[in-house]
Design a protein around this ligand. Structure first.
Ligand code: G3H
Ligand code: 13P
Ligand code: ZN
Ligand code: NA
Length: 308
């Protein structure tokens, strides 16, 4: 069934694992993800950005997710990723999403609280849960100075104040991850002390890790081998992700790894079978490789196998 993340997070918190939240925008991606979750007997979060909803179109998206729920029978949450405003959150709640993220982290604290509270009020009246974000995920372009990067990390006291005043259901925090395929220039580092401090301020409260792709070298290399150009791509080491999942992190967001896996397998088909022009040949390969990646994530990063 289509469910909220409430029960998923409660069990994940208590048992030291996390639920994977994977971005979707077409049929092959959805099938790859839910087939993997089904085989691992794991709950899963399908998340969609506003631009992905626009791309897939709302009606197609809702019907495909409905089909995934019906076909697999596993608990699936449908979540809006990085909602920018009350209006986009409301649109998704009205469409039937079970979870929304309001990301007002670019605004000053009081403004972030005000916008988040407004979304929480509407969402809760419809039985929908809300994720918010506090702190800023810094990419390498921002990493002029380590101190500048760390200044954007989530403050534990502010996190406590934010959660108490908004009534939000989960909180995305900044501890050193960032979006995309270029996360670190030098050595990868996450601020686990900060994660621990935030968790201590908010006992039992589910935290969320964005920008958590490992940027799997095998797929970067395969992309480059078959004509791609991804130089210096670097993600979060798997042991760090697993450690975060064992702590208060209950949701781990991954999009880049799926994009890389999909692109690598399509490039491989194009390069090795140039006579092929049936889309099922390369989109089918892409679906298979997304399924492989998601199974690997469930086993090595999330620890959510047999959690249903
Ligand atoms: O954090 C963003 C997700 O990877 C979705 O990206 O806005 O390009 O769909 P998008
Ligand atoms: P990645 O770019 O590391 O996959 O992060 C995705 C994400 O945080 C979506 O919200
Ligand atoms: Zn994100
Ligand atoms: Na956890």
């Amino acid at each position: 069934p289509l469910v909220t993340t409430k029960e998923m997070f409660k069990k994940a918190y208590e048992n030291g694992y996390a639920i994977g939240a994977f971005n979707i925008n077409n049929m092959e991606i959805i099938q790859g993800i839910v087939d993997a979750a089904k085989e691992e007997n794991s709950p899963v979060i399908l998340q969609v950005s506003a631009s992905a909803i626009k791309y897939a179109r709302p009606t197609y998206l809702m019907k495909m997710v409905e089909a995934a729920v019906e076909d697999t029978g596993i608990p699936i949450a449908l979540h809006l990723d990085h909602g920018e405003s009350f209006d986009v959150c409301k649109m998704c709640i009205d469409l039937g999403f079970t979870s929304v993220m309001i990301d007002a982290s670019k605004y000053p604290l009081e403004e972030n609280i005000r916008i988040t509270k407004e979304v929480v009020e509407y969402a809760h009246s419809k039985g929908v849960v809300v994720e918010a974000e506090l702190g800023k995920l810094a990419g390498i372009e921002d990493e002029v100075k380590v101190s500048a990067r760390e200044a954007k990390f989530t403050d534990p006291d502010e996190a406590y104040e934010f959660v108490s005043r908004t009534g939000v259901d989960s909180l995305a925090i900044a501890i050193g991850t960032s979006h995309g395929a270029y996360k670190f220039k030098g050595e990868a580092k996450l601020d686990f002390e900060r994660l621990e401090a935030i968790a201590n301020k908010l006992p039992g409260f589910p935290l969320v890790l964005h920008g958590a792709s490992a940027v799997m070298p095998e797929f970067v290399e395969k992309c480059n081998k078959y004509g791609g150009k991804l130089e210096g791509a670097q993600g979060i080491p798997v042991d760090m992700l697993r450690k975060a999942a064992s702590m208060a992190i209950c949701k781990i967001n991954m999009d880049t790894d799926l994009r890389l896996a999909m692109t690598a397998s399509i490039r491989e088909v194009f390069a090795t079978k140039p006579e092929e022009f049936d889309p099922r040949k390369y989109l089918g390969a892409a679906r298979d490789s997304i399924k492989m990646v998601v199974k690997d994530k469930i086993k090595t990063v999330l620890g959510s196998s047999n959690a249903i």
